[in-house]
Design a protein around this ligand. Sequence first.
Ligand SMILES: Nc1ncnc2c1ncn2[C@@H]1O[C@H](COP(=O)(O)OP(=O)(O)OP(=O)(O)O)[C@@H](O)[C@H]1O
Ligand SMILES: [Zn+2]
Length: 734
Amino acid sequence: MSIIRVALDKPLNTLFDYLGPAGVTEQDIGCRVFVPFGKSRMTGVIMEVASYSDISPDKIKQAGQVFRDVPPLPPELLDLFRFCSEYYHHPLGEVVMNGLPIRLRGSQPFFIRTAPIVFQYRLTTKGRAVDISAIPGRSIAKRRLLVKLKESGMIEDGEAKQFSSRTSEAMKEFVGLQWVEEIPLAPPVVSTSPSQETSPLPVLTPAQKNAIDAIVPKMGEFHTWLLHGVTGSGKTEIYLQLISLLLRQARQTLVLVPEINLTPQLELIFRARFPGVRLVSLHSGLNPTERAEGWVQAQHGEAEIILGTRLAVFTPLPRLGMIIVDEEHDLSFKQQEGLRYSARDVAVFRAKRAGIPIVLGSATPSLETYYNAITGRYLLLRLPSRAPDNASLPTVQYIDIGKIKTQEGFSPPVIAALEKGLASNQQSLVFINRRGYAPILLCRACGWTALCHRCSSRLVVHLREKKLRCHHCGHQAEFPSLCPECGNQDIAPFGHGTQRIEAALTRLFPDARIARIDRDSTRRKDSWQRILKDIREQRVDILVGTQILAKGHDFPNLSLVSILNSDASLFSTDFRASERLFAQLMQVAGRAGRSGTPGEVLIQTRFPDHPLYRALYQHDYDALARILLEERKTAHFPPFVYQALLRAEAPAIATTLAFLAKAATLAKAPHQIKVFDPVPAQMARLKGMERAYLLVQSRSRKKLQEFLGNWRTKLDSLPSHKVRWTLDIDPLEF
Ligand SMILES: Nc1ncnc2c1ncn2[C@@H]1O[C@H](COP(=O)(O)OP(=O)(O)OP(=O)(O)O)[C@@H](O)[C@H]1O
Ligand SMILES: [Zn+2]
């Protein structure tokens, strides 16, 4: 009898032994299996097959069915899961099951919907010899069918079904009598030949050509390339040409994007360039069956381009030839719950194991990546200017709103610029990174503001629905008519959100076609695609939106970008705030003037001389990156040190802190590890839980990893009644 070691979705860092069903062999490693667990049953993945178990023969349980509906997970993928479990110090079973599409985690086998087979029916010699009178007159359907077959010799399934509901039956009978033969029609042949590429291809800029010439000779080797190209420099074209090369070698490309919103645009571009190629999109917007189907197609090697958000990094890809991570700096690549992995970092590991190149693309690389590139760990390629012939980077101007008064959030120069855009049929973008109507509901008499009782945050005013909403936990409250503190009637929304700016624009420019783009307006399925189409087909004059608009979009007719209020982040306590604000502003600004018409960026601020704004004025990413890296070095922050957080939360802060204090005493740290004191999280209260963390860091990743391994084992044995805790490696949020 064989023993199987199974990964289960349980918070225990171990595999579970079972007696394998008859016939189980090593070939079944990577298959899903249905097993009893406690009083219930669940699906796991066979990680090992062994001949011996530590569990005594009378205790070990018998495993149930092994699912062989899809091929077993390949060894490389199991290896990737093991790496994630070790690096992120997370239970292997949870890592494995988190990596599978939901449909494959269930208790039923999964059968992919295949396209129905289409048949043709051809009259045989025997059939041709049959006389119509041989069929009784009342069998009208049969008679008609035979007449039709005699006329045309052959008909297709669909056509036959059209002329009577009884044809299928009649046809079966004819097949039985050998009057007709049934011929399955081959599915339409999809050619993967890149010769199908649509022409003409753009003439590459010298910088694009350099980049391609550098990568192509090293296509068969592992290297991490940083493609640092300014906004609109044509990074996508480089991806396309590299993919084209891989298609000719019949290899797969995995393309990761930070947001589901970015998939439709890239999908269109890829499909237009490679019409016959099979592309699957994998993201959370698909239903579980669609996702599982895409995953299985990728696993079978049928899909050649796999485009997806972070979860796609765990797709089995037998012919993987390259990974592309677009907008690599984006925070969305990091999962912020459960297994807190960075899809970008996991992708780099995956490429290394597979011996293939990985291309990280960004106009504003993360400082970690940038540092790796300037110190030679990654290979740096630059695209310093915009790709289209007549396009250049937009001009940036600051409007000092400490000196100039604004009206409904808009300064006169911004209003004038919007007017000019309308008059010349150019699109404009108004950026305000806050959805809702106003961020605060304020009593003007006593200063009361509406707070969420479950989170340390204010409730946001949503005027249209007459609701107050917490953007962190979803809590909703009614709009009070009086101040609950002092009874005053003078309570009003304070500050601006996208809805309020949209309303103001409608008043200022009644004839303009305005589209608001934020999480609320794009919630419904397809709404984002509809808005994108409207923008492309010039049915929108002014776009108002949050950071959703800042990322990677190419709107050729957009020439003006106005940034209304971004000063708040200048003075945040988070050491990454400047990096993020800069990236965000550079990305939004980068939407202007991408195809010829000169672009213009207007920024309203009270601090026009801030070094961050000065660097933005000159489009000088490197200047700011140097300043920030210098600061990080002095302050011992990443990328000069490696960090991990022990995060904990409990209904009472005292419980949380007591747990962390105990955890700290377990951390008898070797001298190269620094263990800080427990502190409350930036968002100290979330969904009714009081949150705090303990930071540990080291200059040596290896030392930190060793330390974490030991510490985690001790933490597992710590009583943690009422406390939820987790380790966050390379944390991005505090
Ligand atoms: N060699 C070229 N000649 C002319 N136009 C080009 C060339 N390469 C790319 N383009 C065009 O330049 C525009 C910008 O390209 P793309 O969207 O790839 O920029 P990007 O580098 O990804 O920018 P961002 O970082 O802002 O997303 C696109 O409209 C693209 O069609
Ligand atoms: Zn809340």
